[in-house]
Design a binder for this molecule. Structure first.
Ligand SMILES: [Zn+2]
Length: 100
């Protein structure tokens, strides 16, 4: 404690690039980053703090929000989204990081 380095797990104030986010550990579980996200309440003053999430946590977060917003009416979309993202992660050649 004491010295405040540029802790990578502490997020930063610029969005990560597609390549950059993969060099940052997931803010939740520490696996390699996959997606960049930010939470309004996590801001410092008026500055947005960006963090990295791994694929599994990115999917878990999106599923959580989808169910929060839409109840159980979007399960087909959730299943398709999960299969797409996690399927890409598991295939060595298919991890191109394409956005939906
Ligand atoms: Zn994670």
């Amino acid at each position: 404690m004491g010295s405040r380095g540029a802790g990578m797990a502490d997020g930063r104030f610029e969005p990560y690039t597609e390549a950059g986010v993969r060099r940052v550990p997931c803010a939740r579980c520490g696996k390699p980053g996959h997606a960049c996200w930010n939470i309004c309440a996590d801001s410092v003053g008026s500055r947005t703090r960006y963090r990295a999430l791994c694929a599994a946590c990115d999917v878990a977060l999106n599923v959580l929000v989808m169910r929060w917003a839409f109840g159980d009416t979007r399960e087909a979309d959730i299943a398709a989204y999960s299969a797409k993202v996690l399927g890409e992660q598991n295939s060595p050649a298919g991890n191109t990081g394409e956005m939906v």
